[in-house]
Design a binder for this molecule. Structure first.
Ligand code: GLY
Length: 609
């Protein structure tokens, strides 16, 4: 066993791994408010924890939480509110989500007492092939692919909203989009996160006439505290509400998206190489959102539901939980090792199950988990961990491991803060956990002229190749593998908890770590979110927040773990989770981040039963 030195300086003394609540974790007493960062006129404050009755919401953004809560207040259900919240995040978090993006939604339907999921993942155009993200037999540089028409997937969000509302909602698309249109028209206050994300993208935004006009007014990012309006997006939402999704999938909005993908509006004189996209209007016409069976595991008497392929969220979180359940004790060392093994399997076996054979049942079986758990000892296992054999034949600890070494996600693929997540519960007990994304923060960087929407760059979630046998290579109409992990936990058949996060592949480890904090270490949900994070994805050095290294680094270093700083931005942060928990007697606790990404917004309908 080789012991590597910590790559991040240690400042503090590692705490015991068996602690219940880490010292210094931010926790709010019931009803208490923290980190009040903005207050809209007469409205609720932005607080990360809220407890109450009749409905609850948590998002990263106060305006989006208010939009979802307003729908609940008007009598809408959790699905209605989830769509309204997502559409509003498309206004206030436009670099993370929007109607030209996609997402995954896990939903507890109280009437039918079952969990379902809705797949609104973007798809590759029919013209995309296994080598479309390569040139001269080598992968296109990742950053070139990000800012291109080539990486724009066929958008899924609008089809997903319509399917979700038709099957489970009570309001029309027009009603669900109304709060978002109002925020786009009247504007929102620019906060530090929006400003920082604009600065981060400023160079590429400046290269597209439509994007610069919208997000760099007067040639610069809008200052913190100013009001940002997107009247084009307000008009787009209103017309979409009137005309329905066909306007995008069969009509003029779709024509304009395709035209922009094929010929991005590059500023005259720009030297940026922007590869055009392959999307055609026929790809839009062929798009369908799909209701899918969620991935499910039983874990310590709980039922944990997540997103099945094409997301790897449900299978990877679920496999890691099964591995942990098979171990005699669980601390942070075991959390890291279980995650390492689950990622080794994810990278070899998970892709779009409509195109590749994903052994989901075996990946989530107890037999496979026991075989994998046998590989976890007192010290970190050598890097990289090989994938296992989820073949239905398990020999327990006699298994020696196989030789399949997973394809890394791409050496230069950053796992940044992209994507966003929201949770909603309503008075009837319906619960939504909803991840939405346009992939990279800022998506492709290309705004559809006159429409106020950023195009996604979701197709960079494919493996670029060459990588023979990789389940996540592009193909015509295929959905790229996602890491989004909206998760709902049931106890005795009733919802107990819902959680999710942004963060690329670190979404999986953030969700897993929150579940481990809550159910293995006994933290409260606010403490479980606030606790410092680490992300081990079958990478040599675990990515970790500084506070994690400060608290646990020495102890984990002694077990052979090495750490590097989490990439951010913001520097060193992992994820920006939102969650909720049913506390009994109808009381719900909604939880957002106290500080990461500037802190999130939790709201409840009423403080009284
Ligand atoms: N684009 C982020 C994800 O799907 O995992």
């Amino acid at each position: 066993m080789i012991f590597r030195r910590l790559a991040v300086p240690l400042v503090g003394v590692a705490a015991s791994l068996s602690l219940v609540v880490p010292p210094g974790s931010a926790q709010a007493a019931p009803g208490e408010t923290q980190a009040v960062q903005s207050r809209q006129q007469g409205g609720p404050a932005k607080v990360p924890v809220a407890e109450g009755y009749g409905g609850a919401v948590a998002t990263v953004d106060l305006d989006a939480s208010k939009a979802a809560l307003a729908i609940l207040r008007q009598g809408g259900n959790a699905m209605d509110a989830a769509v309204a919240g997502a559409a509003t995040l498309g206004v206030t978090e436009p670099y993370s989500a929007g109607l030209a993006g996609g997402g995954f939604l896990v939903y507890y339907d109280a009437k039918r007492r079952r969990v379902t999921s809705i797949d609104g993942r973007e798809k590759a155009p029919q013209a995309m092939t296994e080598t479309s993200l390569q040139e001269n037999g080598a992968p296109i540089p990742f950053n070139d692919a990000v800012t291109s028409g080539l990486s724009v997937g066929v958008p899924g969000s609008v089809a997903q909203w319509e399917l979700a509302l038709r099957r489970y909602g009570t309001v029309s698309l027009k009603q669900a989009l109304k709060p978002a249109a109002e925020v786009a028209e009247h504007g929102f206050t620019v906060d530090q996160t929006f400003y920082d994300q604009t600065v981060l993208n400023a160079a590429r935004f400046a290269d597209f006439t439509s994007t610069a006009a919208l997000y760099l007014p007067n040639g610069a990012p809008p200052p913190v505290g100013s009001t940002f309006r997107n009247p084009d997006l307000a008009a787009t939402y209103r017309e979409l509400g009137r005309r329905g999704g066909d306007w995008l999938y069969k009509g003029r909005l779709g024509d304009e998206i395709v035209a922009t993908v094929k010929a991005p509006p590059l500023k005259p004189g720009s030297t940026r190489v922007v590869r055009p996209g392959l999307m055609r209007t026929s790809d839009l016409r062929a798009y369908r959102a799909l209701e899918r069976e969620p991935a499910k595991v039983s874990y310590n008497g709980l039922e944990v539901y997540g997103m099945a392929p094409p997301s790897s969220g449900g299978s990877t979180v679920g496999e890691a939980l099964n591995i942990l359940e098979a171990l005699p004790k669980v601390g942070l060392h075991e959390y890291l090792e279980a995650s390492r093994l689950a990622f080794a399997d994810r990278n070899v076996f998970v892709g779009d199950a409509d195109y590749v054979d994903v052994p989901l049942e075996e990946l989530l079986s107890d037999g496979f988990a026991k075989e994998r758990a046998c590989l976890i000892g007192d010290f970190a296992m050598p890097h990289p961990a090989s994938a296992g054999s989820p073949d239905g034949s398990y020999t327990g600890c006699q298994f020696e491991g196989n030789s399949v070494t997973p394809t890394p996600d791409g050496p230069d693929k950053p796992e940044g803060p992209e994507t966003t997540h929201l949770v909603v519960a309503d008075r009837w007990g319906n619960v939504a956990a909803y991840n939405i994304t346009i992939e990279q923060t800022g998506g492709s960087g290309i705004v559809v002229p006159g429409r106020g929407i950023l195009l996604n760059n979701e197709l960079t979630d494919f493996t670029f190749g060459p990588a023979p046998g990789d389940p996540n290579l592009p193909a015509p109409g295929k959905r790229p593998r996602s890491s989004m992990a909206p998760t709902i936990v049931l106890k005795d058949g009733r919802p107990l908890l819902a959680v999710g996060s942004p963060g690329g592949a670190t979404i999986i480890t953030t969700v897993l770590q929150i579940l481990v904090n809550r159910f293995e270490f006994g933290m409260t949900l606010p403490a479980a979110l606030a606790a410092p994070r680490a992300s081990q994805r079958n990478i040599r050095d675990t990515q970790a927040e500084q506070a994690f290294v400060d608290r646990y680094g020495l102890e984990l270093n002694a077990k052979g773990h090495t750490f590097v700083a989490a990439p951010g931005p913001p520097a060193g942060e992992l994820g920006a989770a939102t969650a909720l928990e049913f506390l009994g007697r109808g009381k719900v606790q909604a939880v957002a981040e106290p500080t990461r990404r500037g802190g999130g917004s939790a709201l409840v309908l009423s403080s009284r039963p």
